[in-house]
Design a protein around this ligand. Structure first.
Ligand code: IMP
Ligand code: MG
Length: 179
């Protein structure tokens, strides 16, 4: 698909993200202090920078795994359906699982991912999302940790894309389509 021209305006600075990641990591480290079997699952591709920064701040024995599901294609609207494009490499039965996501928007992606992973009987599953757009929610999703609540804006950067572009921005920016 041809993407329209757009501008990007800074919404959350790299410095604010780093500070928030550090405090999230402290909360997560104390929550899992007694866990011997934590698996941190990153949802590809949007969470790749967040998970990299977060796990380096976690003072815990852990494993990292990745799951890739399809959601938006190249547009800005949710398809409300989720296909598994790449499954986990490891087993999660009986383990503590922490899902790392970039954004929870309508909630359909996380709702489906939780149902998919819960069917494998982990000991516990929690969600940590960098960004939450609560005003857009269509299905309820229980998230133990959220980095930032944001308004109903389309955002890019810090791993998050628009039609695969702008993942490499160090900050989170808001996209405005130009006429
Ligand atoms: P949901 O299923 O509607 O909650 O959508 C979640 C997925 O849509 C996230 O994993 C993101 O990849 C993508 N998404 C939602 N909002 C945005 C956005 O503002 N920018 C880029 N991707 C987004
Ligand atoms: Mg995503």
């Amino acid at each position: 698909m041809m993407t329209k021209k757009y501008s990007i305006e800074r919404l959350i600075s790299a410095k604010s993200i780093a500070a928030r990641v550090e405090s999230l990591a402290q909360e997560i480290s104390s929550f899992y202090a007694d866990s011997e079997k934590l698996i941190v699952v990153g949802l590809l591709r949007g969470s790749f920078i967040f998970i990299a920064d977060l796990v380096r701040e976690l003072d815990l024995p852990l494993e990292v795994d990745f799951l890739e599901v399809s959601s938006y294609g190249d547009g800005m609207e949710s398809s409300r359906e989720v296909r598994i494009l790449k499954d986990l490499r490891g087993e999660i039965e009986g383990r503590d699982v922490l899902i790392i996501e970039d954004i929870v928007d309508t909630g359909y992606t996380m709702h489906n991912v939780l149902a998919f992973l819960e069917s494998r009987h982990p000991k516990n599953i929690e969600v940590c999302a960098l960004l939450d757009k609560p005003s857009r929610r269509e299905v309820e999703v229980s998230m133990r940790w959220v980095g930032f609540e944001i308004p109903d804006e389309f955002v890019v950067g810090y791993g998050i894309d628009y039609a695969q572009r702008n993942r490499n921005l160090s900050y989170i920016g808001k996209v405005t389509l130009l006429k």
